[in-house]
Design a protein. Structure first.
Length: 69
């Protein structure tokens, strides 16, 4: 995998809704409001396994590159 820059996003809350909201927010709110955009590469996700609706923490790693503003 080539070296690059990654943006890391955290979410805490009930599973799976907090994780679904994280993905939505990253691509609809965070990327449009800053000079970075996702680039080709693997997206990494860390989530502790829990029962549905139990509280958990998740971490989403997205490969990014600086875009034009």
């Amino acid at each position: 995998m080539p070296a690059g820059t990654w943006a890391v996003f955290d979410a805490h809350g009930p599973y799976p809704s907090s994780l679904q909201e994280l993905w939505r927010d990253v691509f609809t709110q965070r990327f449009p409001s800053n000079p970075y955009a996702s680039r080709p590469g693997p997206e990494l996700l860390l989530t502790r396994p829990v029962e549905i609706c139990a509280q958990t923490g998740s971490q989403l790693w997205i490969p990014v590159e600086r875009g034009s503003v």
